[in-house]
Design a protein around this ligand. Structure first.
Ligand SMILES: NC(=O)c1ccc[n+]([C@@H]2O[C@H](COP(=O)([O-])OP(=O)(O)OC[C@H]3O[C@@H](n4cnc5c(N)ncnc54)[C@H](OP(=O)(O)O)[C@@H]3O)[C@@H](O)[C@H]2O)c1
Length: 318
């Protein structure tokens, strides 16, 4: 069951009077923030046919600005929110280098707001973080206990958001993910398809290694974790989630073009120094997913299979 809130809509007023029981089941209310983003949109799809014991409230900056602690407090109290899934974030990694105040406001201060409100009303938080909390010097997949050392404003703001949440609401779940793409929003996959159609050659960085993640897989994992929690216990802590496998941006691009049937664009490998960006990216950010798979009995698809699904859907709809 899901509500997508329009600004000051009647739905919002109605939702405040939420029935607590649905066909005899105790109904629990789930707040999703940042719901117009890639992950939020996929979460909406992932729980569209979800069992009725969880009722989802999808909000974004126009209906619930997470930097406004009074609005958050009112929303959580009025709607008896039991779980908060924070998909809201400042994600413009390069822009953040010149816009650090807003980046920290959303990625750190607002996450602390969420933690404080959750703590006050005994709600559970599932917050999303990033591989950019690491410096990228590892030569084996990062585990949750590896030291963080973010190299960009975005990475630092997300790392301080993690720390702030664990301070304000210690029993939270933080899921670090990487290289997120989706049929929704702007992302690397869509950009590479567009450029592949427009250009005869394209240079893509081949010395940064990581794992792409279809936001649809992460959304399904979050719903799985909610179901697991309902049937078992809430298992707080930091977890890593990406799709399975390892690649580079260059190889990722080649497969995007193959799946999209783009044969007219030659993709050339570049070094990071040949493609300078404002924000420093980790050279290596493969995440070890053993903890999340074991704790929640979760299986994760291979990145190639998930990419194919996304590209097929994109090509079908365009
Ligand atoms: N994208 C990636 O490659 C990647 C990689 C690793 C981790 N992550 C993390 O994964 C999570 C989801 O990322 P995503 O790609 O889905 O992000 P996204 O597409 O940029 O969506 C973020 C959403 O948050 C909203 N938002 C911004 N400020 C807000 C505020 N003050 N209050 C409420 N909502 C606000 C945005 O609205 P506006 O568009 O109106 O600003 C947007 O709808 C984030 O925590 C991100 O840091 C992303």
């Amino acid at each position: 069951m899901a509500f997508f809130l329009n600004k000051k809509s009647d739905d919002q007023d109605e939702s405040a009077k939420t029935a607590t029981f649905f066909f005899g089941l105790v109904q629990k209310n789930v707040l999703v923030t940042g719901a117009y983003g890639q992950l939020g949109s996929e979460l909406k799809r992932a729980c569209a046919n979800h069992e009725q014991n969880l009722k989802f409230f999808f909000t974004d900056a126009d209906t619930l600005d997470i930097t406004d602690i009074d609005a958050l407090d009112n929303f959580v109290r009025e709607n008896n929110i039991v779980y908060i899934i924070n998909c809201a974030a400042y994600t413009a990694v390069d822009k953040a280098e010149d816009d650090s105040d807003l980046c920290y406001k959303i990625n750190r201060d607002a996450v602390i707001n969420i933690g404080n409100v959750a703590n006050k009303y005994k709600a559970r938080v599932i917050h999303i973080s990033t591989d950019y909390v690491f410096d990228g010097t590892n030569t084996r997949p990062y585990v949750e206990t590896d030291p963080v050392n973010p190299q960009s404003v975005y990475g630092k703001s997300k790392q301080e958001g993690e720390a702030g949440l664990l301070n304000s609401c210690p029993a939270s779940i933080i899921i670090r993910t990487a290289w997120l793409y989706s049929i929704f929003g702007n992302n690397f996959v869509k950009t590479m398809i567009r450029l592949g159609k427009e250009k005869e050659t394209l240079g893509v960085v081949a010395d940064q290694t990581g794992t792409p993640t279809n936001a649809s897989d992460l959304a399904k994992a979050i719903v799985h974790i909610l179901d697991y929690t309902e049937a078992n216990d809430f298992e707080p802590g930091i977890y890593h989630f990406s799709d399975e496998g390892v690649t580079t941006w260059y190889d990722f691009t080649c497969l995007i073009h193959e799946y999209a049937g783009i044969a007219t664009c030659k993709v050339n490998p570049l070094t990071t120094s040949q493609y300078p960006t404002k924000a420093v990216r980790p050279k290596y950010s493969v995440l070890d997913k053993a903890k999340i798979k074991t704790t929640f009995n979760l299986s994760i698809p291979k990145w190639e299979d998930s990419l194919k699904k996304c590209v097929v859907e994109l090509m079908t709809n365009n």
